[in-house]
Design a protein around this ligand. Structure first.
Ligand code: G4P
Length: 529
């Protein structure tokens, strides 16, 4: 197959949702369609369970297994589908944000009864900022839930999206009769049996056809006709370009558990979803059709076996063909590197691959040379942008608990931070180190991994910080900036990239600081240029 055809057939996306909306179930059903797994339950076993917050060993075990599910690939109707796993657990939100830099589109799953939830809001906001094409799947229609129109309103208002329904439910919960697919004008009748042979649906080009009354009953047919009329009047028509530009979001309804509406979603998805997209590097835009290889690291996974310290760096290929044993430039450290056993991911298996194409993810064995955000090229000095750090929610001093092992501690901290487990800040005043995390759980994980993987011991000490603000000075030489630095000296630190950070103790302090020093801008993310 030609290089261009390989690009054309790839669809790389992530599924995002608030925990429990049905992301894992949907993923699994998509894999079943692709013939990639034989039975339901396979992916689910790898899920980090919501109750696991107090049991981080369990999370570590799950994390180990989840290497295999980081990327789930399968072929469906000759399209190569790559689903990138995004942890729903809020303590791993930063992982999800980073993964979103490697997808070309996303599917947002919403629980019909719960509507738009907090985690969905946060994730969709990140996608919206990046104009990532989004498709919405409203799940659990077999249960009583919110009225479909109310839900569409909620999606528009809370998520700031502009929606167009591509399918519409007939009834809900106990009365759920099926779904009318506006997109391909077909009616699917719900039988409530998840082992059903998925029927192709009944074609209803004209819903005034009296056969509809026979199939779903007179009352339901009448309601559907009225609802569709309203939809055609109120909502914009689907437009593929608008969807691809992130300006319009198609909505589907269904029930992942019952395998209902999933095939329709997948069929529409492969038709409308974007193929591998161009990506912006600091120097220029890179198009997927360029023949020279470029790619970037968006995730690093540590080996769970302490005897083998190597890690797996996940690279998203942006352009060109990735070849086994070919020399590539690791742009940040300026070294040529070769990979003799790059991994590809297929369903739940990891295999050595000779060639990979734009949109694909390759896993590279790494002994500590890669950091999140690193770029690989065939020689060009390119740096892909867009892997920001967000202000952590929790902050603690980290102390060395075994003076004989200070080297091990700093190496361990260094590598764990490169993996993106947490963020490290070094106070300007005294060089003390502070670890910032999204969830409190990471502190246990770090302590455990330092001990088991690096032989180092650490202890923590509380510090009162509300937010880390990245500092941007209009003029680093003006008096205002000098005064800011002098007055706030005790609260200034450097992040791992050497950027100046102000550790503010309250939102009031942030407000006061902003009004007192208007030429000093404070940002909650490291990427503001
Ligand atoms: P997540 O990955 O987004 O966290 O959600 P997950 O797929 O694990 O689904 C959360 C719960 O919702 C699961 O039930 C799952 O079976 C259920 N679910 C998913 N899709 C549907 C649907 O279409 N209809 C209904 N009625 N339920 C659905 P659980 O009891 O928490 O887990 P389990 O015991 O079934 O594994």
């Amino acid at each position: 197959m030609s290089f261009l055809k390989e690009i054309e057939r790839r669809r790389t996306f992530g599924i995002i949702s608030h925990p429990d909306a049905g992301k894992t179930t949907l993923t699994e059903k998509l894999l079943l369609f692709g013939g990639a797994i034989q039975e339901a339950g396979a992916v689910k076993n790898n899920k980090i369970k919501k109750g696991a917050t107090s049991d981080f060993m369990e999370i570590e075990r799950q994390r180990g297994i989840s290497v295999a599910t980081s990327v789930l690939a399968f072929i469906y109707k000759d399209k190569k589908i790559n689903i990138l796993d995004t942890p729903g657990h809020k303590d791993f939100a930063e992982d999800t944000f980073r993964t979103l830099t490697a997808v070309d589109s996303v599917i947002v799953v919403i629980d019909v009864a719960k509507g738009v939830e907090e985690q969905t809001e946060k994730l969709v906001e990140v996608c919206r900022m990046r104009n990532i094409p989004m498709l919405v799947f409203i799940n659990k229609l077999d249960r009583e839930g919110k009225d479909a129109f109310d839900l569409l309103d909620e999606v528009e208002q809370k998520l700031g999206l502009r929606v167009t329904p591509m399918s519409f439910p007939i009834g809900m919960g106990y009365d759920f009769k099926g779904i009318y697919n506006i997109y391909d004008k077909r009616l699917n009748i719900f039988s409530g049996d998840n082992k059903q042979n998925i029927s192709a649906g009944i074609e209803f080009n004209d819903i005034s056809n009296p056969k509809l009354d026979e199939v779903v009953g007179e009352k339901a047919a009448e309601t559907l006709r009225e609802e569709l009329e309203l939809i055609y009047e109120v909502y914009p028509k689907f437009d593929n370009t608008e969807y691809l530009e992130g300006k319009l979001q198609p909505v589907f309804f269904g029930s992942a558990l019952n395998n209902f509406g999933v095939k329709e979603l997948l069929d529409a998805f492969i038709e409308i979803a974007p193929k591998p997209q161009p990506k912006k590097a600091e120097e220029r835009w890179v198009d997927s059709k360029e023949e020279k290889l470029t790619g970037f690291v968006f995730k690093i996974h540590a080996n769970m076996d302490p005897k083998h310290r190597d890690r797996l760096a996940f690279i998203k290929i942006v352009s060109g063909t990735f070849k086994r044993n070919a020399p590539y430039l690791h742009v940040r450290n300026g070294k040529k590197v070769k990979f003799s056993s790059p991994n590809t991911f297929f369903a739940e298996k990891k295999e050595i691959v000779d060639e990979s194409f734009p949109g694909d993810i390759v896993g590279l064995h790494d002994t500590g040379n890669f950091k999140i955000g690193d770029t690989l090229t065939e020689g060009e000095h390119l740096n892909f942008k867009g892997i920001p750090s967000f202000s952590p929610e929790h902050f603690r001093y980290v102390n060395n608990a075994d003076p004989m092992k200070s080297k091990q501690l700093s190496k361990g901290l260094d590598q764990l931070m490169d993996e993106g487990v947490a963020q490290l800040f070094t106070l300007d005043m005294n060089g003390r180190k502070i670890i910032g995390t999204v969830g409190a759980l990471q502190y246990e994980v770090i302590q455990y991994r330092l001990e088991h993987e690096y032989g180092a011991k650490c202890s923590y000490e509380n510090i009162h910080v509300h937010k880390a603000c990245w500092v941007e000075a209009e003029d680093t030489k003006n008096e205002e900036f000098k005064e800011f630095k002098r007055v706030k000296q005790r609260y200034l630190a450097k992040d791992k990239q050497g950027q100046l950070v102000f550790l503010a103790d309250s939102s009031f302090t942030i407000q006061m600081t902003q009004s007192k020093y208007p030429t000093v801008k404070l940002h909650f993310t490291s990427e503001f240029q």
